[in-house]
Structure formats: C-alpha cells, structure tokens
Design a protein around this ligand. Structure first.
Ligand SMILES: Nc1ncnc2c1ncn2[C@@H]1O[C@H](COP(=O)(O)OP(=O)(O)OP(=O)(O)O)[C@@H](O)[C@H]1O
Length: 342
C-alpha cells in the first residue's frame, strides 16, 4: 500500500522557488496498479522520487504499508526501502557486470544470505524469460531485454511495491507491449503493488486500475481508468485521450456536416457497441444518424466504445433524440472547434 497525503516538493534556485509537486494525495491499495500521467515538466519524476524519499517532500506525508516514511530515521528508511523495487527508463544496469551480477550485487548489498542469492537470480531470470542470458553483458542485450533484467533485479529483492519511472518510454511499441504484459503478470502472480509514471496513455489504458493526471505539479483529475476514459473532465486528460483514439475528422468536414444536423462523439461503456441504441433512436425519432468513425478501446478493467456520428434532423427532434441517448447512459460530447483541437 502506498499513500501520499498532501505532498509538496519545492526546489530553491537562483531564479526563485519552483514548486514541482503541489499538494498531491494518492492511495494505491495493495495489489493495484496506479499510473500518473503528465507532460514533460508536470512533476511526475519528482513525485515518484518522493515515494521512496529519494526526494524529501517539503510538506506532506508518505506512508508505505502503514509506516510513516517521513518520520523514519536514516537507518530505518534504508531498511524500509528494501520493500520498494524501482525500474527506470534508462534501465540503470551496471555495464561492466553480467546479467547475473546485475541481479546478485544489489542483493548482497541489502544483506540477502549468500546461499539464497543464486536461487533468487535463477527464479527471477526465469520469470522474466532470460535464463539463457545469465552470462551476457548489458551491451549484448536489446532494450527490452535490458528492462527485463532491471525488472528481475527489482523483483529479486522481493519488494511489496514496484515503482516504475517511464519504464517503457525508450522502447518500440512491440517491446513496450511485452514489458507491459510482464508487469501485468508479476502483478497477478505476486500481488505486487505498482505505481508508475508515464506520458503514454496507452500504458494507462493497458495496465492501470486507477489514473492520476498531473499538470503543473498538481493532480488535476483522477479516478478509475474506465471512468476517466469514458467521462474525461480536464482538458489535459482529453488531450492525452486524443493520443490513443481516432479524432481525425477535419474542421472543414465537420463544419459542412453541421449545416444539416449535429456532429457528436458518443461514448459507450461495456461490451455493447452503440449500434443498437442508435437504431432504436432512429426508430423512435425523426432523425438520421450516420456513423463517421468508430473506435473500441480495451482497458485493463473493461471496454469503451467511441462513435463519431452525424445526426441529421430538425433541431428539436435532434435534442429529443440526444436526451434519449443520455437516458441510455451514453456520454455525449459536441464536436466543436475546441473538441476538434484536443
Ligand atoms: N533538482 C531540481 N532542482 C530544481 N528544479 C527541479 C529539480 N528537479 C525538477 N525540477 C523542476 O521541477 C519541475 C518538474 O520536474 P519533473 O522532472 O518532476 O517533471 P516530469 O513530469 O517528470 O518531467 P519529465 O517527463 O520531462 O521528466 C520542472 O520544472 C523541473 O525543472
């Protein structure tokens, strides 16, 4: 369990005080995967470094498994950090050490018994699928393999919590998928709690239960992934969603269609597509719906469907048909100029 309560972090520089993290609270329950998403400079790295106190927060509390991190002595903190594994965008492997040594050296440093070390190396290399690379050096591995070694190294400490700092940002899409699958697997197998930071909405979509959207050091919106994906409120959330869904209609095309009706984005939750609801609407009201684009997003905990539609008809009748869609639980967004940009 990870809990941050009103955490802030300020840096003092010649130019003045920079508030990198501002009053952030979050709660990752045991066995859950939570993600913090934000653009460059939003404060994500500083925030995740506050969790293991690599950065000491200026204000607020950090709690891990009911231990108040912010109140521990230095030696207690070193002991508690053994419960936290961390993986990074740049992998942070020792270049002059073999894969086996990269995993075993940190274990020696944290005082794991000598006889236990080779067993753990064996076990976790097998879990990440790299048993045969035991004697290889990092330079002989692909990016994805390096990240697997880093994951094995983190898991070998047998921590309760894994922090992931942009772990897939340096990887190609296919390798990203395989690393995300591996994170899902270790979460399911070991019940390990994961907090990750990312600027890729796809990472949130695929593996997270809960998402925090960070902007200017603050959490501007958060919630279960399925809620945020189906009813985004903040413009930053909508902008990130735009990176994974097809919002490709041109302004001119939309403007032209708007002359004869409304252009809308409809969002449906669950497995059902929007077709039956649209068919029922067309039957009930004197309107003609026309699907312009359709998109299904699979999330860790569900499915969301988006339809961009043109609904032709008299204004009042279109209004009544939209009220009907709303009553069926459909989320409706107007395709306006602002929407077109996001
Ligand atoms: N050690 C530091 N000293 C001064 N300012 C810092 C320090 N670390 C971070 N900052 C500032 O804090 C703000 C947040 O930075 P941070 O690296 O946490 O953001 P980020 O969301 O992780 O961005 P990126 O994805 O680019 O790493 C930035 O304005 C950054 O310049």
């Amino acid at each position: 369990m990870i809990q941050l309560e009103n955490v802030s972090k300020e840096f003092k520089s010649k130019k003045g005080v920079i508030r990198a993290v501002s009053d952030v609270s979050l709660h990752v329950k045991k066995g859950e995967i939570h993600g913090v998403i934000g653009y460059s400079g939003a404060g994500k790295s500083t925030l995740i470094r506050c969790v293991n106190l690599l950065e000491a927060p200026t204000a607020g509390k950090v709690r891990l498994n009911d231990r108040e991190f912010t109140e521990l002595s230095k030696s207690e903190l070193l002991e508690e950090r053994k419960n936290i594994g961390m993986i990074f965008q740049g992998f942070n492997l020792l270049r002059t050490a073999t894969v086996e040594e990269n995993i075993s050296i940190p274990l020696k440093l944290i005082g794991v018994e000598a006889a236990e070390i080779p067993k753990r190396v064996e076990k976790y290399l097998e879990i990440v699928g790299l048993t045969e690379k035991k004697n290889a050096y990092p330079a002989q591995l692909s990016g994805g393999q390096k990240q697997r070694v880093a994951i094995a190294r983190a898991l070998a400490q047998e921590p309760d919590v894994l922090l992931s700092d942009e772990a897939t940002s340096a990887l190609d899409p296919e390798t990203t998928e395989s690393i995300l699958d591996l994170l899902l697997k270790i979460n399911a197998e070991f019940g390990i709690t994961i907090l990750l930071i990312t600027h890729e909405m796809h990472v949130i979509q695929k593996i997270c239960d809960h998402v925090y959207v960070m902007d200017g050091g603050e959490i501007v919106e958060d919630g279960p992934v399925i809620d945020l994906f189906s009813k985004p409120q903040h413009k930053t959330t909508r902008s990130f969603l735009n990176t994974i869904s097809q919002r490709k209609l041109s302004k001119e095309f939309v403007a032209n269609l708007k002359k004869s009706g409304s252009v809308l984005r409809l969002t449906f939750r669950g497995e059902a597509t929007g077709d039956p609801v649209l068919a029922a609407m067309a039957k009930e009201f004197d309107v003609k719906p026309n699907i312009l684009t359709a998109n299904i997003m699979e999330l860790k905990n569900g499915v969301i469907g988006n339809l961009d539609v043109h609904i032709a008809g008299a204004k009042e009748e279109v209004g009544r048909s939209l009220a009907f869609l709303k009553s069926k639980g459909v989320v409706i967004e107007e395709w306006d100029d602002q929407y077109g940009k996001i």
